[in-house]
Design a binder for this molecule. Structure first.
Ligand code: T46
Length: 136
């Protein structure tokens, strides 16, 4: 069985004042990994489902910088669902979880901080292969 840690909800520090809100992600203090890539998903087509894959090594922090979407994380046996709609709340995604993102609002911006550069060989895009990998 592949060893992974558990997805964790993290409160992102923010400074709120009369001008608005400023969120801070200072990697070493908040995350168990170094951030080597940041990407974001926006203008998602109505009804689109994104993700539907797992990563063998990649760790991520995912949050809704704007709008809302649902994130489902599956370890091959059970699923956890997170409704992300608040830029002060993020989910730390360990390696080895099948993720599905759906129910995007029109204004949703999905921010992802990732532990490694893009590497297609880190992806498992077939669910049966994912189940075999988890059991290996
Ligand atoms: C994840 C969810 C939340 C790149 O060239 N570089 C990159 O850094 C990324 C992330 C993607 N791409 C290419 C690969 C595909 O040709 O962009 C295209 C779309 O990627 P993908 O179909 O993997 O997009 P999503 O939204 O299904 O998944 C992405 C991430 O891949 C994944 O790590 O967790 O966002």
């Amino acid at each position: 069985m592949i060893e992974t840690s558990t997805p964790t909800v993290i409160q992102l520090p923010h400074i709120f004042d009369s001008l608005g809100s400023l969120g801070i992600i200072q990697g070493a203090e908040l995350l168990p990994f170094q951030v080597n890539r940041v990407y974001f998903i926006h203008s998602v087509s109505e009804g689109a489902v994104r993700g539907s894959h797992a990563h063998k090594k990649l760790q991520q922090l995912i949050f809704a910088a704007s709008g809302s979407f649902d994130l489902i994380l599956n370890d091959g046996e059970k699923s956890l669902e997170f409704q992300l709609h608040d830029p002060t709340i993020a989910v730390q995604v360990p390696r080895g979880y099948w993720r599905t993102l759906h129910n995007f609002s029109a204004d949703a911006v999905c921010m992802v901080l990732a532990s490694t550069a893009y590497d297609e060989s880190d992806y498992i895009r077939d669910y049966d292969e994912f189940l075999r990998w988890r059991k290996s």
